[in-house]
Write a protein that binds this ligand. Structure first.
Ligand SMILES: *Cc1c(COP(=O)(O)O)cnc(C)c1O
Length: 402
């Protein structure tokens, strides 16, 4: 026996497993039946444009209460498709909250439009309807509401605002599948809603996205857009026994595969259970942090059911010796891999150069950015791990107390 291998038996493995494994801020949950669902497709005739695509679309439409759903390759393609369906083009302005992932604004630029950054509410970091209203000009065509962290925006104020000015309301709900606003499901709260199925989101297809809408002309436009601007797909032609098709406008290949949709269908069944788990974790964090004056979880409206893609806290830097970067590194050293969502989009070099944005444009988002941390939040996070996160947070805050 090789002596170097001694001690690597089952006992050593257990010891390693219970050693301080690092905890990510987010991760996917994949169960046995998810794997079986994908394998089944691999053995079938259709790897793409097959039956799993409309089945997944129908299931998401049913879940969200939206009449139509169109699946695409990722959440960014979903945003691009939504901008296309909304008819955004050169000269058009679209209002985008500063506190979001760059893709929310990039999709406007893909279509030649101009993103106009609006500031967020200091308590929730959601688009502030008054700030959005202040940015409306005769060139404004749409408002993108980002359900940041998984909390639906204030749709009772955004909807009438959009209607009054003849604008489309487009929800970037990449964070919020499974959330609700006044009993209405995310996916049916705006003219167009985009979803992402990236592994850090509530359910995953590896990469994947979807647009939901109540307007059939929008759904049809995005179906063409994801397939080169062609009016029919390979399977429908195969079924009709014809090769003929026409490309009527410029589109892309944003088609999602049947393997991905099978995974999505399997994952969607678990969504209510997983959202319940995310909410239970949030309650545990809420209770632990309620007594600390150095840390403030974001505000949650009584009107919403929060989907908790992220659990974001703000550090009371005026009471601490170090800055957010110090807290971030100290937590990482303890194996707690927190993250920051987001660097305000208007501060990115691309936006500064192309659109002349910069510091001072959205002061609430800019100040929040200095203070925020996203701490671990995902359905398979155990109570023991949640306690480890809380303990590490308490230790770090104590060490940094001024
Ligand atoms: C994840 C995300 C996207 C993009 O989704 P992908 O599937 O990664 O392309 C867009 N907007 C927001 C707010 C996101 O968090």
């Amino acid at each position: 026996m090789n002596p170097a291998k001694k001690g690597r038996g089952p006992r050593a493995r257990v010891a390693r497993g219970s050693a301080r494994k690092s905890i990510p801020y987010a991760r996917q949950t994949i169960e046995k039946d998810d794997i079986a669902a994908v394998v089944e497709v691999l053995r079938s005739d259709w790897l793409t444009t097959g039956p799993k695509v409309p089945a997944f679309e129908k299931a998401v439409a049913q879940f969200t209460g939206a009449p139509y759903a169109v699946a695409v390759t990722n959440g960014t393609a979903a945003l691009h498709g939504a901008m296309f369906a909304a008819g955004i083009g050169p000269g058009d302005e679209v209002i985008v909250p500063a506190m979001t992932f760059a893709a929310s604004a990039n999709a406007v630029v893909f279509q030649g439009g101009t993103p106009i950054f609006a500031d967020v509410d200091p308590d929730t970091l959601l688009l502030d309807p008054a700030q959005a209203e202040a940015k409306i000009t005769p060139r404004t065509k749409a408002i993108i509401s980002v359900d940041y962290a998984g909390q639906p925006c204030d749709y009772d104020r955004l909807e009438p605002l959009a209607r009054e000015h003849g604008l489309l309301l487009i929800a970037d709900a990449a964070h919020a599948l499974g959330g609700e606003y006044k009993g209405r499901r995310v996916g049916s709260l705006a003219d167009l809603t985009t979803l992402s199925f990236h592994p850090v989101k509530q359910i995953t297809t590896g990469e994947g996205g979807m647009v939901t809408t109540a307007r059939p002309e929008f759904a049809e436009a995005i179906e063409r857009f994801r397939n080169h601007g062609i009016t029919s797909d390979h399977r429908s032609r195969a079924e009709r026994g014809t090769w003929f098709y026409e490309m009527v406008e410029l589109g892309y290949n944003y088609r999602i595969t049947d393997m991905q949709c099978a995974l999505g269908l399997s994952q969607l069944k678990k969504l209510p259970r997983w959202i319940a788990r995310r909410r239970a974790i949030a309650r545990r964090y809420d209770r632990a942090f309620a007594s600390l004056d150095t840390i403030h979880p974001l505000g949650v409206s009584p009107d919403v059911k929060h989907a908790y893609h992220l659990y974001v806290v703000r550090l009371a830097l005026e009471l601490l010796k170090g800055d957010r970067a110090t807290a971030y590194s100290m937590l990482r050293e303890k194996g707690i891999h927190v993250n920051v969502h987001y660097i305000p989009v208007h501060l990115h070099p691309f936006y500064r150069k192309r659109f002349g944005t910069g510091p001072g444009l959205c002061p609430v988002a800019e100040q929040a950015y200095e203070q925020i941390l996203s701490i671990p939040m995902y359905a398979s996070l155990s109570d023991g791990e949640v306690d480890r996160v809380i303990e590490a947070m308490e230790e770090v805050l104590q060490a940094l107390a001024a």
